[in-house]
Design a protein around this ligand. Sequence first.
Ligand code: AP5
Length: 213
Amino acid sequence: MGIKRLVLMGPPGAGKGTQAANLAQGLGVAHISTGDILREAVKTSTPLGIKAESYLKKGLLVPDELVVELVVSVLENQEGFLLDGFPRNIAQAEILEEQLKQANDGVEMAISLEVEDDAIVKRLSGRRVCSKCGASYHVEYKKPSKEGVCDVCGGELYQREDDKEETILNRLDVYKQQTMPLVDFYRKRGVLVGIDGEGSVEEVTKRLSEAVS
Ligand code: AP5
């Protein structure tokens, strides 16, 4: 049996979203992205979205109590999962551990996608996302056939509010201070796998599938 309980970590723009859906599909597990869930909640103005909006705009972490409640409910009845964007700090990781302990199943693999800061700024400042289906593009590395239009559904492409340069630097700071300690957290538990996230999308995909096979 393959790996069924994974965490995918990495700085903003490391390529988590680009890689996660395929990786999860290959493993037959659910892809759970807290960033996607939160953005959808903001878009549809749910109570969670209204509370989370200002944090997302500034590139700050949404308070743990909001995110944890969300993840716990999504994880219920989930046999296998690839968590993308959660946990984001030690407190969240401990809660996840506690939650999984009750089911007697811990995280089997925590993948850390590693990408240098200058590549991150280039990736994020050039990212464009479909307003309808969420597909992700890049003005240089992954151009749509027609500028500003999604290849998948014809929706309009836009720049995420938190992909403005000033906010990108803020997100990187938040990552280094709050999320990077998780690398050690999972290393101590013997489940950490570091993957080079630089190079083409296909090269990174290959490294990831080798790691989980
Ligand atoms: P979230 O959506 O999780 O954002 P993030 O971690 O900052 O990650 P990104 O989605 O920006 O990047 P990615 O790694 O998915 O890269 P992508 O594949 O798109 O979170 C957003 C916000 O929600 C947070 O700031 C916070 O406010 C809140 N939040 C979420 N989870 C939370 C939690 N647990 N607790 C509290 N708050 C939480 O790629 C980026 C670009 O690069 C794309 O254009 C892509 O085409 C391109 N690209 C990808 N791979 C390559 C490659 N190999 N070569 C060239 N270009 C590439």
